[in-house]
Design a protein. Structure first.
Ligand code: GAL
Length: 684
């Protein structure tokens, strides 16, 4: 049974590592945490060698003293199971637990996640430590919940130890039953890959053109890794439920090859995420036009919300971030830590813990800064955390009962994400289009959700939204197409981009005209198509209407052929030999409509569609906001809170045509109001 009440109360807190500090510091640390308004700490997620310094010998003294002291100061505790970091004695005695690369290189002790999920020995030893910890802490008055492991599939999300090959073979056996079915699903008749005995089946191994396996096998590999991770986590969850049924269970992070939705549904009470908004600038903004930088984290938080409508930020960036050798993130400027905290809350967080209380003085993360510096003197970040703590002491619980609301959802699904890692004919497009839509919407102050299309998705899930944007679902099951047809027939609007609907669940191409499964709904076929690349200049499309705007037709062009009278051509290609042919169509379907956009979306073309559909900000009639300010709305039956987040260092001029109160300060606001650089108000 799920603990649905676990996030009813708002909590602010911090990640704390008592094992890193002289014990004399603990009391002062906990006292100061309370002064900042913190009520929860997370501990122990890497402390296996403290709890079990030798196999079978368990020591709880250090954490007992730390937890008792935390309790004395009124702090609640989340305990992490320490399985992301198996101790040296363990990996030395049982080297079969280690992870191995596809090339056969064993990954050793020294970092973390050097283990594999398949080793029976590792599962056994994990179960022992988790059970011991649960038994020991089940009645501790400070403990409220558990984090399983730490960031499943972070650092590495591929596993090739002998135990993984064995587990994959078993997974294939239970999925397909017979080799004939497996051969059929993987299309092994191509290049004589047919298997005649189960012992010939492995995870993809190096091939002559190195990392180029059979694509259908590669897709199944991702599904297997996901199932295997969930099964490993499930063993821990089952122990915790059995031993400490009154505690809640979560895990943190959103990483590759893992169906976090299923993991959450099957195992967890709610999902947790680690929010480091500056990753956007150091990793994701390259080659991007007009990037959103830290604001793009709002889109990621939308994906977290699709797993768990309210969630926990188990690690919130609280300083400059960096490992000794990589991830060199600048210091947040004054106000930015506060902005990011409210970004998380605006998008659904009901519990936020900063990472970390004090910067580590040793190890790989000596530059991953906590609120406190090594010297421990009060600094700007500590003062900012105190301001947030004071604001949320009264506002937090008023916000906690509400949920983020949006009328538009951007659709995604795991099959296409995993298939698209290998298939360059659609994979890179989804990311590009998803970002383009998010930018076009957020800059117009139109909140949006992310919705994962799963086999369990129902018509009610879809009907919560007026518009669904599903940019490039190359893999589309006929059942999904039927669901989208029903949604549209009953009045919904669906928008597809190029490369829609042409593959089945195995990743085989349907032997039907494109867009395959989506053909009936979109009312068109794809006459022909091309990559826009290499031998071809950039291509363009011209939109109908008086202004005849021309926009780039990025990356891929599906040349469309209307197949039904209900189809209206909204834009035509304006270059290459297919100039004049339809590029964007809109098909009336029942009470609703289905759009087909022949290219990869960019911000300007998404904006064009938004305007054609007349989509507006839900606060347009009483609030005028500049582009730099994000609008997010959390509401329930009793209250509605509009979060205004200024992502610019420059002040923002906003206009309220109704008087509102800022929940954080109690200030009444109306007319022209200046929101300071990185400023936040929550209007109620
Ligand atoms: C997270 C992780 C933390 C810490 C932090 C900074 O991914 O959960 O343990 O490593 O990043 O690198």
């Amino acid at each position: 049974m799920k603990h649905t009440e676990s996030l009813n109360e708002f909590r602010l807190g911090v990640c704390y590592y008592p094992e890193h500090w002289p014990e004399e510091l603990w009391e002062d640390d906990f006292r100061r945490m309370r002064e900042l308004g913190f009520s929860v700490v997370r501990v122990a997620e890497f402390a296996w060698s403290i709890f079990e310094p030798e196999e079978g010998s368990f020591q709880f003294g250090l954490f007992d003293r730390a937890l008792d002291l935390a309790h004395k100061h009124g702090l609640k505790v989340i305990i992490g199971t320490p399985t992301a970091t198996p101790p040296a004695w363990l990996t030395h005695r049982y080297p079969e637990v280690l992870n191995v690369t596809q090339d056969g290189v064993t990954l050793h002790h020294g970092l973390r996640r050097h283990y594999n999920y398949s080793s029976p020995k590792y599962r056994e030893l994990s179960a022992v430590i988790v059970r011991r910890m649960a038994e020991h802490y089940k009645n501790h008055p400070a403990v409220i919940g558990w984090q399983i492991d730490n960031e499943f599939n972070c650092e590495i999300s591929e596993f090739y130890s002998p135990a993984d090959h064995d587990a994959f073979r078993e997974w294939c056996r239970s999925k397909y039953g017979t080799l004939d079915k497996l051969n059929d699903a993987w299309g092994t008749v191509f290049w004589s890959q047919t298997y005649t005995g189960w012992e010939q089946v492995f995870l993809p191994r190096p091939t002559p053109a190195h990392k180029q396996p059979n694509p259908h096998q590669a897709l199944d590999e991702k599904r297997f890794i996901s199932d295997n991770t969930i099964s490993y986590a499930g063993e821990q969850a089952a122990i915790l439920r059995e031993v400490a049924p009154h505690h809640w269970i979560t895990t943190n992070g959103l990483f590759g090859h893992l169906d976090s939705h299923r993991m959450n549904d099957d195992l967890l009470d709610f999902f947790s995420y680690d929010s480091y908004p500056q990753f956007s600038s150091i990793y994701y903004d390259r080659n991007e036009e007009n990037p959103l930088a830290d604001r793009s984290w709002s889109q990621t938080l939308g994906a977290v919300r699709s797993i768990s409508p309210n969630f926990c930020i188990m690690e919130q960036q609280a300083g400059p971030g960096g490992w000794v050798n990589r991830m060199d993130m600048p210091s947040p400027k004054p106000g930015q830590m506060r902005l990011w905290t409210y970004q998380s809350i605006a998008h659904g967080a009901n519990m936020v813990l900063y990472f970390r209380w004090r910067t580590a003085a040793f190890g790989n993360e000596i530059y991953w800064h906590g609120i406190n510096d090594y010297h421990n003197r009060p600094n700007r970040r500590v003062r900012e955390a105190g301001q947030i703590g004071a604001e949320l002491a009264s506002a937090g619980n008023r916000i906690a009962s509400t949920r983020y609301t949006a009328d538009i959802a951007l659709l995604r699904d795991y099959d296409n994400e995993w298939d698209g890692e290998y298939d360059v004919w659609h994979g890179p497009f989804s990311w590009q289009s998803g970002k383009a839509w998010f930018k076009a919407l957020t800059r117009r102050h139109i909140p949006s959700d992310t919705l994962y299309v799963r086999k369990s998705t129902t018509i009610e899930d879809l009907k919560r939204y007026k518009v669904l944007v599903y940019p490039h679902p190359a893999i589309m099951r006929d059942e999904t197409a039927a669901l989208l047809e029903q949604y549209t027939r009953e009045g919904g609007i669906v928008i597809f981009g190029c490369r829609t609907g042409y593959k089945d669940e195995r990743g085989h191409c349907y032997m039907r005209p494109f867009p395959g499964a989506a053909a009936g709904l979109s009312g068109i076929s794809v006459e022909e198509f091309t990559m826009v690349k290499g031998t071809r200049e950039a291509t363009f499309m011209e939109w109908d209407g008086d202004d005849a705007v021309t926009t780039p037709a990025d990356s891929f062009n599906d040349v469309l052929l209307p197949e039904s009278d209900s189809v209206e051509v909204v834009a035509r290609y304006a270059s290459d030999y297919y100039a004049g042919k339809p590029a964007v169509t809109r098909n009336k379907f029942g009470e609703g409509e289905a759009w087909y956009f022949g290219a990869v979306f960019n911000e300007v073309s998404a904006g064009r569609i938004i305007e054609r559909l007349g989509l507006m900000s839900p606060t347009a009639d009483w609030l005028t906001l500049p582009e730099q300010v994000e609008l997010a709305i959390r509401q329930d039956d009793a209250a509605s809170f509009c979060f205004l987040l200024n992502f610019s260092e420059q002040p923002a001029e906003i206009t309220l045509r109704e008087e509102k109160t800022d929940l954080l300060t109690g200030r009444k606001l109306s007319g022209a109001v200046t929101l300071e650089g990185f400023g936040v108000v929550v209007l109620s």
